[in-house]
Design a protein around this ligand. Sequence first.
Ligand code: FES
Length: 237
Amino acid sequence: MLSRFLRSSLKTRVRPTSFFRSSHIISVHRDTDVNNPNIPFEFNAENLKLAESIISKYPPQYKKSAVMPLLDLGQRQLGFTSISVMNYVAKMLDMPPMRVYEVATFYTMYQRKPVGKFHIQVCTTTPCQLCNSDSIMETIMHELNLQPGETTPDGIFSLEEVECLGACVNGPMIQVNDDYFEDLTSEKVVEVLQGLKEGKDVHVGTATRETCEPIKGPKTLLTDKAIDLSKFTREDL
Ligand code: FES
């Protein structure tokens, strides 16, 4: 009787979708040949200058506030945020290395291992998921024969599943390196991948709209004429 109840209860709890992925995000460091503390890292002359200018924006006692842009700078120079990049930034900002590791492991913008020439981040948070981000992820996985967290053998593409990238109104969307591709369909995302692979100029931004106006067209500011604000504000302003 009990086993029958458990069976039927389990049946009703089975997820209605067959598309299920585990997180691949690295939250711990494991030394590898390309990522271990014995590999030296320091900013090149240009980035050192940039780092100094970033640090100078903060009062000396709060220079650790520069940790995020400095990690980003290190990642852009090396290609990923290695343990040596983190240790170097910690030293530069007089921070305990653990505080830097905490930042680098919290934000998905920091790649903790080498990535492809085109690093694809697919947002699958609720607003994008409601607009079918699962089909975008499935298409990319199928087209590139990749699982999230992997890089293609030729080093061209790497794939990652991430949380909200702040373009919810134009979901589903992906980020490739520094560019956003929005309002995607499976067909559109295949076009983007093909274009990138062939080195073509790919259309960045929304695939169907001008910006983020309502799908069925703008509802306000419908006139081309500039608005004369003086009609709406006090004369003394
Ligand atoms: S939920 Fe996808 S960008 Fe915000």
